[in-house]
Design a binder for this molecule. Structure first.
Ligand code: DQA
Length: 147
């Protein structure tokens, strides 16, 4: 399978950004972890990050037909972006939403994800390991779907 991993705004600052919420691993280290997990599963991953809503939407559109699934940490767009939600719905790719922190245990505005209703499911609170969980969940879903 070909899987696209998208990291949204401010996730380029991982490692130094509010480590009490997001840990000390850099984005490069997180991506290396995802790549190791993908190699072990025999799937290919392409990990990208953008601070721009429109860029994330363009990448989601381009994934249509080119990828089998999407792993998405939309950052704060999780709570606000009907446009990213609509993009996910429009392309119809199986999508797993990931958050490093447990958004349900934080400020009330983080408790609502406008993305979750169009995702297969959401993984939150397990730090970078959440991406590994998401990859396993996505591959399992794709295997079941393809019989
Ligand atoms: C986040 C949670 C969001 O509420 C926040 O805006 C982020 C990161 C997470 O991975 O825990 O930027 O998506």
């Amino acid at each position: 399978y070909r899987i696209l991993v998208l990291h949204g705004p401010n996730l380029n600052l991982l490692g130094t950004r509010e480590p009490q919420h997001y840990g000390r691993e850099t984005l490069a280290e997180v991506n290396a972890r995802i790549e190791r997990a993908a190699a072990a599963l025999g799937v290919s991953v392409d990990c990208r990050q953008s601070n721009h809503e429109g860029q994330l939407i363009d990448w989601i559109h381009e994934a249509r037909g080119e990828r089998d699934g999407l792993i998405l940490n939309p950052g704060a767009y999780t709570h606000t972006s009907y446009a990213i939600r609509d993009a996910v719905a429009a392309v119809g790719l199986p999508t797993v939403e990931v958050h490093l922190s447990n958004i349900h245990a934080r400020e009330p505005f983080r408790h609502v994800s406008v993305i979750a209703p169009v995702a297969l499911g959401q993984i939150a609170g397990f730090g970078p390991y959440g991406y590994v969980l998401a990859l396993h969940a996505l591959v399992q879903h794709l295997n079941e779907r393809n019989g």
